[in-house]
Design a protein around this ligand. Sequence first.
Ligand code: GLA
Length: 743
Amino acid sequence: MKKLLFLVIGLTISLGAAGAKKRAEQPLPADPTPRIIEIATENTAMLLTVGEKGDLLFRYYGKRIADPTPILEKRLTRRVDFCTDPQAYTAQGGREQRRASLAVTHSDGDLNTELRYVSHEVKSEKGVTTTTITTSDSKLPFDVRLVYKAYEAEDVIVAHSEITNREAGEVKLRNYYSANVALIADRYYLTQFYGQWAREMFMSETQLVKGVKTIYSQKHVRGVQLENPSFMIALDTPLNENHGNVVAGALAWTGNFDLSFEVDDFDWLNIRSGINPYSAEYSLAPGESFVTPDAIFTFSSEGSGQASRNLHDWARRDGVYNPQALRPTLLNSWEGAYFDFDAAVCKQMIDDAADMGLELFVLDDGWFGNKYPRNNARQGLGDWEVNEAKLPAGIDDIAAYAVSKGLRFGIWIEPEMISPKSELAERHPEWVVGSHNGREMTTTRQQWILDLSNPEVQDFVFGVFDRTMKLSKHISYIKWDANRHVENVGSTFLNDQEQSEFWVKYTRGLYSVYERIRKAYPDVVIQACASGGGRVEYGALKYHDEVWTSDDTDAYTRIFIQYGMSHIYPSLVMGSHVSAVPNHQTGSITPLKFRFDMAMSGRLGMELQPKDLSSEEKAFARKAIADYKELRSTINYGDLYRLHSPYDDKGYSSSMYVEKDKSRAVIFTFRFKYAGRDADCLLKLNGLDPAKRYRIREINLTDKPVFWGDGKEFSGEYLVNEGLNLSLRKVFASSVHVIEEVR
Ligand code: GLA
C-alpha cells in the first residue's frame, strides 16, 4: 500500500498555544518558505499550502500528482493577494468575501476571525491517514482543528472541523460548517438529488454560474426527501458515467444541512458542506469545543461511475453500520395489511413468507396502544404497549411463530413521535416540540414530535427501543420510522438563550440514544425509515443497517429513485420491495417479473398480502428469492457499473454489479418507454476482465430469453466492446442476466 506522501518544506513552525484573552499578531513562520500539506489517497490528493502570513489555503483537489511542489510557485495571471485564493476553511473576517464556513461573534463582539496555521500531525492506520491541522485566530485565543481522514484504497476523504473557544467569555457560532473544498475549472456542472415524499432522489444537472447555489434542509427530521445532502460536480463537461473529472460528496448529519456551491470572483468553485446555520446560533462557553459532522468527498477522473464506486467502497468499509453482514430478505406487513391485522393474519403472512423462502417478517405500524388503540394514524404514538384487543397473546406469540417457521422477526416503532391523542401526551405535554407561547401546536400526519434535546426524552426513546426488544427474545430487526418534520420550533427544556441550539441538540440527543442502543444491541438490524427516503444519509447510516428507500414501491418510479440513490449510496442499504398492483402510490400496473427484477437490484423484500398471489406467482417469487439469495453477495458487495441512464430518450435503464474478482456479474435492464418495434436495449458491459471467458444466462424468465446468446460463452473482451443487444421492446419488459466466469 502506498504511503501518504507528506511534504513539509521549511522548518517546523512552533507557535504559542495557550494565549491570553487577546494577544499580539502571531509571529510569521520562522522560515517564510511556504509549505504544502498533501492529503492523499492512492489516486487523488488535496493540496493545502501555508501562505506567507500563515494563512492556510486550499490549492488543489484532483488526481494525485507525483511532485506537487510547483503549486507553491503557482501564481494566477491576475495578482494573488492574501485571501483571494480560497482558504482551507473560510472564516468570516479580514478580506474574506466568500460565504464563510466559520462565522463567529467573539467574546468581545469582534466579528472577524483570521485563521493561521499553527501545527499539524499525520497518523496512518489500516489504510486511513488522518491529517489534523491546528489553526488559531491571529488575535484571539480561538482555535479550529481541521481533520481530514484519507481512505487510501477507496479514494475518499472525510473532513470535519473542531472549533475551540479559549477566550475568557462566551463565543457565538453563527456558521460552523464541516469543511470546504475549492475547485478551479472553466465550467462546473452540479448534479443534485431531489424530490418529495414517494419521489425521492431524482436527478437534475445545472451549470453553475456566479453566485451561490444551495442544497439544504430546514425541516430537520425527515429532512432529506426534498433534497439529499449529496452532490456530484462535473468539471468542464457535463456529468458522464465513464469520463471526465468529478467531485462527489455527502454530509453525514441527521438534521438541517446546507451544501453550497459558490463561484467566486476568481472563478473558483467553493463547496461548503455542513450543518445549516438557519436560526441555529450556538454558544461556546470558555474551554468548550464544537465538533462538526463528517463531510465526505471523493474525486474521480473516470466519471460518475468511479465516483460512486469510491463512495460505495467507503460506505461498505466505514459509512454504514455492520457493513459485512448480508441483509435479510423480508416480508413487511404494511402495504399488505396496513392497520388491519390480528395474530392470525400475521401468522398467515409468516407462513407465506416462509413458503416463498423469505428470511424475515416485519410487523409494521398498528400493534400498540390500548386507551388510544393504533388502528389508524390519528392516535396512539407514544403508548408502546401491545394492543391487547388485536394481539392478546402478545408479540412473542408471533415472533416465536416466525422463528418456528425458520424466519426472523422484526417490528416497527416510531419512538421520536407522539400523537396528541395518547397517554404519553397526557402525561408529558412538556416533552413536545413547540413554542409553548400559546401558538398553534401544528400537527403533521396528526402527530407531534418529541424534544430529543431533553435527556429525559432521550431516556424515554431509548426505553421504547429497549422495552420493544424485550417483548420477545426473537426480535432481531427494528424498523425505526419518523413521519414528520420540525415546525413551530421550541423546547421547554432549553432555556431562552439556548432555543437556537435546539437543532443541534436534537440530533446529538438522537445520536446519544443510538450510541446506547448500539452498545446494548449491536446485532439487531435497524432500518432508518422516516416516511421512506427521509433518512437516506450517512449520519443515520452510521447506526442503521439499511434505509427504507421510499414509500413509493412502484417499480417504474423506483427505476429513477434507485438510479439516483446509487450515485451516492450502495445497494446494500437500499430496501426495495415487491408490492401489489395497481401500485398503492402511483396506480401503475407492472408485471410481477418487472417488480421482482427491480427489487432484486437492491435489498430484496416483499410488501403485499401474499395470499392474494396465485400459485404461479408464488412459484415465480420462490425461484426469484432463491436466486437473489445466491446472487446477493455480488449485488450488494460488487462494483456498480451503470450501463444506461433512464434520463436519456431511449426509454430504458440498465446497471450491472461485478464481483470484485470479476468472476461474476449481474445485469438488470428495464424498458419503460416504447422506442420502436426494432429498438433493442444496447449494452456495452463494463468492469469485466477482457481476458476471461464468461457464460451468460438469463434468470427470472417468464418467456423466451431476450438475448440471442443466452447460455453461450463469450470473451470479456467481446462483452465489453460489442456487448449485448436485448430484445426488450414492450413497455415494462425487463431482464436479469447472470454472467459467470468459465474456468
Ligand atoms: C411510514 C413508512 C411506511 C409505514 C408507515 C406506517 O409512512 O414509510 O413504510 O411504516 O409509516 O405508518
